[in-house]
Design a protein around this ligand. Structure first.
Ligand SMILES: Cc1cc2nc3c(=O)[nH]c(=O)nc-3n(C[C@H](O)[C@H](O)[C@H](O)COP(=O)(O)OP(=O)(O)OC[C@H]3O[C@@H](n4cnc5c(N)ncnc54)[C@H](O)[C@@H]3O)c2cc1C
Length: 480
C-alpha cells in the first residue's frame, strides 16, 4: 500500500490497540475518540490527506524505487540538491498546519529511518542485520507507517561514576536471547506519541553502556505484547479550538516506555552486541545531518508562526509606536531570517557521500540547533512581554455565549483594530504558545529537542574544523 490518506491512517491506529495507560487506566476504547488523543490524531490524519492533494502530491510524494507507486517524500533518499529541497518543502508544508508545534510529525522519524536504511550496510552482514535494517525502512516507506522513538534511559542517577547494577533492570536491557529473538526488560524515556504510531524505533544510547545487554537497536509494532506506554497528564484540557487553539489539536503526549519481557523477533533487530557499530552508526549513516535538516525546517516555520502572532498582538492593541516593541519583534525577525538562512546554507553546501546520497552540510544545521534552545524560550518570553495581562484576560467560548455577560465582554475586551471575540481568540493563541501547560511543554521540548543543549554545544566544538579560522587569525598576527 503506497502513501496513505488520513482515513487509512486513523483506521490503522484504531486497530492497533497498543497498551497505553493514562491516569491509572488502560485505554481499551477507540483511541481516536479519547479526549487526550483525538485532537492530535485528527491533525495527523490531515497531514496524510494533504500529501495526496492534487497540487501537493507531486512534491510530497515520489515514485518508490521498489514498486513504482507514489510514497511519502520524507522517506526519500536524496540524490540531488533538488531532492533535498523537495524534502524541505514537504516538511514545511506539514509544519505549517500546526505552526511547527508537532515536533513528531511523521516526517521526523521517517527521515531517521531513511538515513539508517539508505546506509544499511553499516549494520553488517552478521545475522542479517543489514537486510533487517533495509527491510524495516522499505516496509515503513511502502506502507506509510509512522514511528515514535526512544533513546534515553530513565533519569535515576546521571553522575559520571554511576553504573546500573540492579538485579531488576531499570534501564531497558536484554535479559535473554533465544531462537526467536531478544527479550527486553526495563524502561526507556521518553517516547512522544508513544503507542499512537505504528511502530516504536528503539535506538542505541551509546556512551558508557558498553555492556552487551545494552547494545541493541530494533523497531517493533507498538502493539507488541508486554510493551506498555505510560502517559503523563494530558494537556488537551478542552476540545474547543477557541479555548485551546493548540492544545486541542496538537497535544502529542509523551510516554514512559516499559518493556516487560518484550520479545523482539530477530528479523526486526538491526543492532546487537556490536559496540563498534553502536558507537559509529549515527556518524556513518549521517543520521544527524538528515534529522537536523528536517528539524530546522520545522523550527523555521515555528519561528515564522510566532513572529506572525507577535505582530498581530502589536496591531491589535496598537503598541507599534514604542521602540522597545519594535526591537522585540525585530528579535523574532532576526531569529526567523537566521534559521531560514542556516537551513538554505545547509542545502547549498550539501555534498554527495560514498553512497551517492546528497547529505546537507551539518555545520549550519548544528549552528541552528544549538541556537534554537536559547532563541525559542526568548520568543515565548517576547509574547508574554507584549501580551502582558492580555494573556490572562481570556474568557472562554462559553463566556461569549452567555447572554448575561457577553455584552460586557464585547465592550471591555475590544481591541484597537478588532472586536472582543477576535481579540480574545488571538490572545488565547498567544497564551497557548507561551503560558499554558501546552506552551510550557513546547518550551521544554525545544530546549531538549535534539538532546541536552550542553552536550550539543560540546559536540559542535569537538567536531568543528577550526583550523581555517586559526590560520586567518595567525596570518593577521604576523602581518606587518
Ligand atoms: C517534551 C519532551 C519530549 C521528548 N521526546 C522524546 C522522544 O520522543 N524520544 C526520545 O528518545 N526522547 C525524547 N525526549 C528526551 C530528550 O531526548 C532528553 O530530554 C534529552 O536527551 C536530555 O536527556 P534527559 O532529559 O535525560 O536529561 P539529563 O541527561 O538527565 O540531564 C539533566 C541535567 O543534567 C545535566 N547533565 C546530565 N548528564 C550530563 C553530562 N554527561 N554532561 C554534562 N551535563 C550533564 C544536563 O545538562 C541537564 O542540565 C523528550 C524530552 C522532552 C522534554
Amino acid at each position: 500500500m503506497p502513501a496513505c490518506d488520513g482515513t487509512e491512517f486513523l483506521q490503522r491506529i484504531r486497530n492497533l490497540k497498543a497498551e497505553i495507560w493514562i491516569d491509572g487506566q488502560r485505554i481499551t476504547d477507540n483511541i481516536c475518540d479519547h479526549d487526550a488523543f483525538k485532537g492530535v490524531l485528527k491533525s495527523k490524519a490531515k497531514l496524510f490527506d494533504l500529501q495526496l492533494e492534487k497540487n501537493k502530491k507531486d512534491f510530497m510524494t515520489y515514485t518508490s524505487p521498489l514498486t513504482g507507486q507514489r510514497v511519502g517524500t520524507s522517506f526519500m533518499e536524496p540524490k540531488t540538491k533538488e531532492d533535498l529541497e523537495k524534502r524541505r518543502l514537504t516538511t514545511q508544508e506539514w509544519a505549517k498546519t500546526s505552526g511547527g508545534m508537532m515536533g513528531r510529525s511523521p516526517d521526523y522519524m521517517n527521515t531517521g529511518l531513511m538515513a539508517l536504511g539508505a546506509a544499511s550496510e553499516v549494520f553488517g552482514e552478521q545475522h542479517h542485520r543489514r537486510k533487517n535494517m533495509k527491510w524495516l525502512y522499505e516496509n515503513a516507506r511502502e506502507k506509510d507507517l509512522t514511528l515514535s522513538h526512544t533513546f534515553v534511559n530513565p533519569q535515576v542517577n546521571r553522575s559520571t561514576g554511576y553504573y546500573e547494577a540492579n538485579e531488576e533492570p531499570i534501564s531497558a536491557r536484554i535479559v535473554e536471547t533465544n531462537a526467536d529473538g531478544l527479550v527486553i526488560k526495563g524502561a526507556r524515556l521518553l517516547a512522544t506519541q508513544g503507542g499512537i504510531t505504528d511502530e516504536l524505533l528503539v535506538l542505541p544510547i551509546g556512551g558508557k553502556y558498553i555492556e552487551e545487554s545494552f547494545i541493541y537497536g530494533f523497531s517493533i509494532p507498538s502493539n507488541t505484547p508486554n510493551l506498555k506506554f505510560i502517559c503523563r497528564e494530558s494537556f488537551a484540557y478542552r476540545p474547543s479550538q477557541f479555548d485551546h487553539p493548540l492544545g486541542s489539536r496538537f497535544e502529542e503526549m509523551d510516554t514512559i516506555v516499559v518493556f516487560d519481557h518484550v520479545l523482539v523477533p530477530w528479523e526486526r533487530v538491526f543492532l546487537y552486541n556490536n559496540y563498534t557499530i553502536a558507537n559509529s552508526m549515527y556518524e556513518k549513516t549521517q543520521f544527524y545531518p538528515f534529522l537536523l535538516h528536517q528539524t530546522v525546517a520545522r523550527q523555521t516555520i515555528k519561528t515564522e508562526f510566532l513572529l506572525g502572532v507577535a505582530q498581530m498582538i502589536v496591531e491589535t492593541i496598537d503598541i507599534s509606536g514604542y521602540l522597545h516593541v519594535k526591537e522585540k519583534v525585530s528579535e523574532l525577525i532576526t531569529g526567523y531570517e537566521t534559521m531560514k538562512a542556516l537551513l538554505l546554507s545547509s542545502e547549498m553546501g550539501a555534498k554527495t557521500n560514498s553512497r551517492s546520497t546528497m547529505v546537507p552540510d551539518p555545520n549550519p544545521l548544528y549552528a541552528a540547533i544549538t541556537s534554537f534552545p536559547r532563541l525559542y524560550p526568548r520568543f515565548t518570553e517576547i509574547l508574554q512581554l507584549l501580551g502582558a495581562s492580555g494573556l490572562i484576560s481570556i474568557p472562554t467560548e462559553q463566556d461569549f455565549q452567555s447572554t448575561a455577560i457577553e455584552k460586557d465582554l464585547q465592550h471591555y475586551l475590544q481591541g484597537a483594530t478588532c472586536d472582543a471575540k477576535s481579540r480574545t481568540q488571538l490572545f488565547r493563541l498567544a497564551w497557548d504558545i507561551s503560558t499554558s501547560a501546552f506552551g510550557g511543554r513546547q518550551t521544554l521540548y525545544e530546549r531538549f529537542f535534539f538532546g541536552d543543549p550542553v552536550r550539543l554545544n560540546t559536540s559542535l566544538y569537538n567536531g568543528y574544523q577550526k583550523q581555517d579560522a586559526v590560520e586567518l587569525a595567525k596570518s593577521l598576527l604576523n602581518q606587518h
